[in-house]
Design a protein around this ligand. Structure first.
Ligand code: SF4
Length: 536
């Protein structure tokens, strides 16, 4: 069995785009999306400038994050090393677009399913070369069997100095470049990776490509100097040399408001159940309408809304059940789907027990309380593992994300339960318990955000995303709504209520409303920040 890969010799590339056109023709790739394209960058300062090309496409990674995250195995690695796709299984969740660090995947507007370079597998299977290889007038693109020492690709790899894109991602790409310019390989090196003449500008509404990167932010992210510092930038040495991207066709930002809203509703659901279990654990929730009925009702309703938002965000929502019937168990989308189903079921039993007051049901609900609390924790934090599988988004790879999501659940659950408690007749001990939980959740949330933004960053991509929130184009709503309205104001309201400067009910109600508004704004900015750094 051969193992296929590509070598692209950029010294030979003349930027004619014939490979792009041949690929589009061979694979019927619609207008506006690309399986391969020729990025063009200019480097230097006039008159000492030079143009560099970089042919971009799927790298057919040996350790492919796209196949790991794909919930239905629509993307899969063949025995011959080609990473192929089966659009009949694709539900259009766009997770693969977040996982691929090379921006190789797009949503086909004709089918609403993911697509990318598949090495012209249909041609290779009958002994032909990929269309791009055949058409290239300078033989810059080399395909073939990496395991055959006599093949041109194996001999080229043995002879030349080669480079891959983003080797630190650990994807083991099987696309090697000869003579590629570093400035073309690393998208974070340019102020606007979509800029320059002939560019196709795409969606910029949610922090997508086409937004200018603040170069001073890059220097700041690098510890304020060129070289060294926690977020040492590969670009730092280049910033003073000038340069621009002439042509690039990065794909659109995949996740937007529905994903932010899903994080928010899931926090409310998980937090409400968790606080119910905690209240019962400390003996203040027994025989309580708030914790016996309202809390499981909140958990169930917001779990159902969460599931609805997940389905609504799919490009093929009618295929949502593939998540369960064709599930790829390496994907946290699948694991999370089962967690939500189990959590919803436990919430429903708990609610039924609270409403019906039937002995058997009550016994089941009591028994399910602690497994339910574990499911609530899993429902709150599994997204950290899902975002962790989105390997293309370095900002989301934080080890703090799981505990941070738990803190958000406590915050959101406490705020939602407080509003229900204030609307009905709650016991004073319950109000004190929930106000305390809200305060703890807010302080923990603020602490995690501060740690993410102000402690050393793993690399330049993380530093750029953090800087977009701190001082860049995402900073306005982040500081005003997510931090000011969402954290500072509710903490102030709780403090005024505690010292009697405000009636405690008004203070708790205002704090809850503000905290929920702020958390939703925070999720929106957080999702946008992760996607604000270009991948190609
Ligand atoms: Fe191709 Fe990207 Fe998947 Fe690697 S991660 S195999 S480049 S689609």
């Amino acid at each position: 069995m051969p193992t296929y890969g590509f070598v692209i010799d950029q010294r030979r590339c003349i930027g004619c785009h014939a490979c792009t056109v041949a690929c589009k023709s061979e694979n019927q790739v619609p207008v506006g999306v690309f399986r391969t394209w020729v990025k063009s960058v200019e480097k230097g300062t006039y008159p000492n400038t030079r143009r560099h090309f970089l042919v971009q496409r799927c790298n057919h990674c040996a350790n492919s994050p796209c196949t790991t995250i794909c919930p239905t195995s629509a993307l899969y690695r063949r025995k011959d090393g080609i990473v192929d796709f089966d659009n009949r299984r694709c539900i259009g969740c766009k997770a693969c677009m977040q996982a691929c660090p090379y921006d190789a995947i797009y949503i086909d507007p004709a089918t609403n399913t993911a697509a990318k370079c598949h090495y012209c597998a249909h041609r290779v299977e009958v002994g032909l070369e990929p269309a791009c290889v055949l058409v290239c007038p300078t033989q810059a693109i080399i395909s073939g069997d990496l395991d055959d020492p006599a093949s041109r690709i194996a001999r080229t790899l043995g002879r030349e100095n080669v480079a891959v894109r983003r080797p630190e991602q650990g994807t083991q790409p099987k696309l090697w470049y000869v003579g590629a310019e570093t400035a073309a390989l690393e998208p974070a090196m340019f102020a606007d990776p979509q800029g320059g003449m002939w560019s196709q500008h795409r969606d910029t509404s949610h922090g997508g490509h086409g937004q200018a990167i603040d170069l001073t932010a890059l220097v700041r992210a690098s510890g304020g100097s060129r070289g060294g510092g926690p977020g040492e930038s590969v670009a730092a040495g280049y910033l003073t040399e000038g340069g621009q991207v002439n042509y690039n066709v990065a794909h659109e930002t995949p996740w937007g408001g529905l994903v932010s809203a899903y994080l928010w509703t899931k926090s409310i659901a998980a937090g409400a159940f968790l606080l119910m279990a905690a209240a019962l654990g400390v003996g203040i929730g027994e025989r309580s309408a708030l914790f016996g009925t309202a809390a499981p009702a909140l958990a169930l309703v917001f779990t159902l809304i969460t599931a609805g938002l997940l389905v609504a965000d799919l490009k093929r929502p009618e295929r949502f059940y593939y998540l369960l019937t064709k599930g790829n168990w390496s994907s946290w989308l699948v694991k999370g789907g089962y967690v939500l189903v189990a959590f919803g079921a436990v919430s429903a039993v708990s609610l039924a027990a609270g409403l019906l007051d039937v002995g058997l049901l009550d016994g089941a609900a009591r028994w399910l309380r602690w497994p339910g609390a574990i499911l609530a924790v899993l429902a709150a934090v599994y997204t950290a593992f899902l975002f962790g599988q989105a390997e293309g988004r370095d900002f989301w790879q934080s080890p703090l994300l799981a505990p941070h999501l738990l803190a958000q659940a406590v915050l959101a659950g406490a705020a939602a339960l407080l509003l229900v408690a204030l609307a009905g007749a709650a016991r004073p001990s319950e109000l004190v318990f929930l106000a305390g939980a809200l305060g703890v959740g807010l302080v923990a949330h603020a602490g995690f955000v501060a740690a993410e933004l102000y402690t050393p960053h793993a690399n330049t991509h993380v530093a750029l995303a953090a800087d977009a929130l701190r001082a860049g184009r995402l900073a306005g709503r982040f500081w005003l709504v997510a931090a000011g309205v969402g954290v500072a104001a509710p903490l102030l309201a709780l403090a005024l209520g505690a010292v009697g400067a405000l009636p405690s009910g008004i203070a708790a109600g205002a704090a809850s409303v503000l905290a929920l508004i702020g958390l939703l704004a925070f999720e929106d900015r957080w999702v946008a920040a992760g996607q604000s750094v270009p991948m190609s």
